[in-house]
Design a protein around this ligand. Sequence first.
Ligand code: SF4
Ligand code: SF4
Length: 192
Amino acid sequence: MQPLTNRSQVVSNKKMTLMERIYLPAIIKGMSITLRHFFRPKKATIQYPEQKRPFSQVYRGMHVLKRDDQGRERCTACGLCALACPAEAISMVSAERKKGEEGLYREEKYAAVYEINMLRCIFCGDCEEACPKEAIFLTDRLVEADYLRKPFVFGKDELVEPMEKSKRIDVSKRQTPAVLKFKEQKQYAHNR
Ligand code: SF4
Ligand code: SF4
């Protein structure tokens, strides 16, 4: 059959020698590597969570659903993030904005329910790429471990950023200089 990729390799079926069959040299070699690392002064482990390693600026951790400058939720429940998600981790229920809710939701349609199953999520960032409203971003926050499955379905309570400007989640590091320059132009409604 024609291979799908050129990554296939022919496996050698040659007979093992006596030394290979008794495994001893391989075990000694493996143990010597382990011991060499064991007595090395440089420690590879850290005391997490008291100590934390610095994260990359574009680390892909827990998502945030952003608000605009006026505190309105940016998400319009278009569903593109859910469509783009290879793990089918995102689900949502849309609703129509009512009169008087203009200060809460930016668009006429919003996500009444928005959930991400963090046990399914592979933190690929495709949802962020797909969003036309700059509503969802991955951040450098970790999804904390738990013993149960249920707490890993994150709803709007966990995902939407706080209304207070001082508590907003900064995602500017995830954006290219060209995007940041464009966002300075407040004449475009998208940037307000
Ligand atoms: S990061 Fe990837 S897997 Fe996780 S919700 Fe977004 S698209 Fe789905
Ligand atoms: S987060 Fe973005 S892509 Fe997903 S439903 Fe909301 S507006 Fe659409």
